[in-house]
Structure formats: structure tokens, C-alpha cells
Design a protein around this ligand. Sequence first.
Ligand code: MLT
Length: 257
Amino acid sequence: MELKSIDLAVEEHGEGIPLVLIHGFPLNRQIWQPIIPLLEKKARLILPDLRGFGDSPQELEDYSMRLLAADVVRLLDRLNIEKALIAGHSMGGYVALEFAHAYPHRLKGLALVASQADEDTPERRQARLITAREVRSRGIRYIADGMPPKLSAKPEVQKELHRIISTCSVQTVVAALKAMADRRDANAWLPEIQVPVLAIAGTEDQLIPVEKTHSLIKLVNKGWAVEIADAGHMPMMEAPQKVAEALGQLICAANGC
Ligand code: MLT
């Protein structure tokens, strides 16, 4: 099937090796805000909003992780970047894994933050479809109120997440839930990745258990896991210093220091 990529809204900071930071579901580029001052002297930070989220166009036809990865490579083309480090948070990690598979020649290194390579179990898939139905009937408040306590135990982070999630459209949330339910198992191509891979996990993550991080790292050629104590599903907001340090190690591994 032909992939109809679009131009994403993007924010850039700093200079150096390009590092694309892809947000998770149902969020936008603002989640990375706390780590910008910590990393902008080490890398050129590129923060897109995935299609439908933040300021990016609401073009939701054929929404899939593969299509979102095509949008990211189009962004690199637009910015004249041949190769980049790609870091994805949670659903952004599913996009980053599709990117690694489809565009290995454009990849300098990969970071998966609170993410996984596994596809959904039948139960998880079913739960997503139920969530999509509830969001359609009750509106965005259903997840804006319900999700933040599952993402972080920290009240100030929950408050910010509530604000960000409230900006999402019902249509984007439904499209993204369905696309996550339909995504492929990425474990098969992990051994083919030739660049350094970093996987970061919050030890208190309620959505994606820390074991998923260790199991994916076992399958890559060159990679390592970083566990962040007292962080849940949003380590870049809960422990920005530690996430920036870990990403700094990836920059060194990919680019030298
Ligand atoms: C995310 O944070 O991007 C999603 O919650 C991931 C998922 O539901 O699998």
C-alpha cells in the first residue's frame, strides 16, 4: 500500500547530532520540554507532533505505526538530515521501531523510552477497542481524567498530562488506539539493527513492565537498558536529569564524545 506521508509540526532546539524525540499516546511534543535544557548543547533536538496530535494535521486515513514512521522520514528529508538518532516514548517507540525496520540507512541510534517490541496480546487489543468505544461516547475527558494516574504517581506530572491529553481530538485517539492494536511484533527485526540501542524504563511503570525493556535489549546486537527508580511511564517528565544522562550516553555511543 502506498504511504501518504504528511508534513509534521516540529520544534527544534540546539545543535549537533540530530536527535528526534517522538512522543507517546495520547500526548504531544510538550512531554519532552523538561529535557530540552539538559540536552540542547549536546544534540540538535527535533520534536515533532505525530499526525493528529499537537499542531500536526488531522489526517487520519490509514493511520498506522508504519505511516507515522513515514512521516518521520519525510521530516528528516525536509530538514536535509541524512541520519538521526531516533528516540520514541511508548507509542513513539513503536513508531521508532518501524522506522528502524523501514529506514535502517537513516538511523544513527535508537532509544526506546517506556516502550516495548511486543505486539498487543488479544486482551490488550480488546481493551483498546473498548477504550475507543468509551472515548467515542463520553468524549476526551474519559481518558484525560482516567489516564494520568496510570502514567505517573506525581501530582504535578498528572496535572500537566491532563492538560496535554485534553487537547487531543476523539478521532485521533480512536485512530491511534486502533493502530496500536494492529501493530506488528517488532522482536523479529531487533537482531538486524546495526546501531546502538538504548532502552529506558521507569521501575514504577504501570503500563509497560520493566521486564519488557530487558527482553528487547537481549535481542539487539549493541544495546543497554537503564532503569529509573521512582519513575513511572513518563520518565522524561518525572526524572528528566536521568533520562538526559542516558540519552547523552547514546549520543556518545553513536557519535563519539
Ligand atoms: C503510550 O504511552 O504511548 C501508550 O500508552 C502505549 C500503549 O498503550 O501501548
